[in-house]
Design a protein around this ligand. Structure first.
Ligand code: SF4
Ligand code: SF4
Length: 352
């Protein structure tokens, strides 16, 4: 009989001996150089973590390659971070530089620590999902190629987290990142009555629409959409294959900025849209890479040390953010959803 409900492996069985021995007894850590962390325990034991960028979507050959490196330099131990970087856990200080050299020979970049741009948390895109308005892996590769210098250094005012979601489901961290790239549609769904009749629970489809744009259509045993109320979220297509919304000529991405999850200094913040649309231009998405670089460089040149993107913008004011970045303010950026009033200015305090 098959073994069921066994859950994941107990992570403690997979810890390197040095972590087992010093579990819960770490005194401090340092970041001696980009991509390298040194943790020192109460007993004086030293653990070096060498952080390496990964494309997240990897082959078994890639996994075997990093396992071979872990066997050679780390007693067979490594881990993946929450931003899907790989961390080699080295307990012998003499092996740190040889490991970094071996990684360099294989083109694996060491970085992503401190005030850097670490990996981009991202999603499935055209590789595997049925609802995307853009690709994930392709955009991420283009953006990280362009911002590579920030992965392998710590020269920003603070850590800058970039995320990508290929539709407004926002799998991942797009709603709470310093910069978020989000796939958006710009045309309403195209109704296929036959598919809706055959494969859709109509009340759930009607209830899936955040703006109430969908109504039952009893004559067709289907639905109708009020296009004027539709804002192309695609939620109805998630509910029903008869609401196809993907539109290669009109889909693209929006850019959001200023989100954070940490409680350090200021409360967590949602990211907010600053560019409503950029076209999908595969394979290198130049409009997107240019827009992201502009925001990164303007932030790097103007923020105080230790200040996150959202904290910087809240300090200088959103008008000033648009002035400094040269991004055109657009009426589409004004919130018009249920609780939008809270986002309007209810004060005379602003800068010309
Ligand atoms: S963000 Fe949307 S399109 Fe991308 S993986 Fe999630 S559900 Fe699929
Ligand atoms: S795309 Fe969104 S807003 Fe438009 S009809 Fe579907 S669920 Fe409603």
């Amino acid at each position: 009989m098959a073994i069921l409900d066994q859950g994941p492996l107990n992570y403690k069985e997979q810890l390197p001996p040095i972590i087992h021995e010093n579990y819960g007894k770490w005194r401090y850590h340092e970041n001696p150089k980009p991509g390298v962390l040194k943790h020192v325990s109460e007993s004086g034991a030293e653990l070096y973590s060498v952080r390496v960028g990964s494309p997240r979507l990897v082959s078994l050959d890639f996994i075997r390659e990093i396992c071979n490196l872990a066997d050679e330099y780390c007693g067979g131990y490594l881990r993946f971070t929450a931003r899907h970087n790989v961390e080699f856990l080295v307990s012998d200080a003499a092996k740190v530089e040889p490991l970094i050299a071996a990684l360099g020979e294989r083109g694996l970049p060491v970085g992503g620590t401190g005030a850097s741009i670490s990996n981009i948390v991202h999603t499935q895109g055209w590789v595997h999902c049925h609802t995307p308005a853009t690709d994930a892996s392709g955009v991420v590769k283009a953006v990280m190629d362009d911002l590579y210098e920030y992965f392998v250094s710590s020269k920003l005012p603070a850590q800058l987290k970039i995320s990508l979601a290929c539709c407004l489901n926002m799998c991942g961290a797009a709603h709470c990142s310093d910069i978020a790239i989000v796939g958006v549609h710009r045309t309403p769904p195209r109704i296929d009555h036959e598919k809706i009749r055959k494969g859709t629970e109509i009340p759930s489809l009607v209830a899936s629409c955040p703006t109430g744009a969908i109504r039952p259509n009893p004559k067709e045993k289907s639905v109708v959409v009020n296009d004027a109320k539709c804002m192309y979220c695609g939620n109805c297509y998630t509910m029903s294959p008869g609401m196809e919304i993907i539109d290669p000529d009109n889909d693209g991405v929006a850019i959001l900025v200023g989100g954070k999850v940490a409680n350090a200094r200021t409360n967590p913040m949602f990211s907010r849209m600053v560019i409503p649309f950029l076209p999908n231009n595969p394979p290198r998405w130049p409009e997107v890479t240019d827009a992201v670089r502009n925001i990164v460089e303007t932030y790097a040149a103007n923020a105080h040390k230790g200040e996150k993107m959202g904290e910087w913008i809240e300090r200088i004011g959103w008008e000033r953010f648009f002035t400094l970045t040269g991004i055109e303010f657009n009426a589409k950026l004004i919130d018009d959803f249920i609780f939008s009033r809270e986002t309007f200015r209810t004060s005379a305090a602003f800068k010309y």
